[in-house]
Design a protein around this ligand. Structure first.
Ligand code: SF4
Length: 75
């Protein structure tokens, strides 16, 4: 039986899953800084662009609805 303990979760977000925390899903990593998946994805132009598009979509979905200046609830 192993007595090794998994390190505490880092206080970082996952660069390839925008809006989600790093869950240390890769083996032997301490966070995004030494994550081989982040290294591979961010080193590829197409994959990095896909992550960027996803990040924009996540940020856009978290914004409050745009106000038009007209209140449609008037009676
Ligand atoms: S280990 Fe890497 S891929 Fe997994 S959540 Fe953390 S940064 Fe993202």
């Amino acid at each position: 039986m192993s007595t090794a303990t998994r390190p505490a979760r880092p206080d970082a977000t996952c660069p390839i899953r925008p809006g989600e925390p790093c869950t240390l899903c890769q083996l032997d990593v301490t966070g995004p800084q030494d994550c081989p998946l982040v290294y591979l994805v961010m080193g590829d132009d197409e994959l990095r662009e896909g992550v960027h598009r996803t990040r924009l979509a996540v940020v856009g979905s978290q914004r409050p609805p745009r106000r038009t200046g007209r209140d449609h609830r008037t009676r």
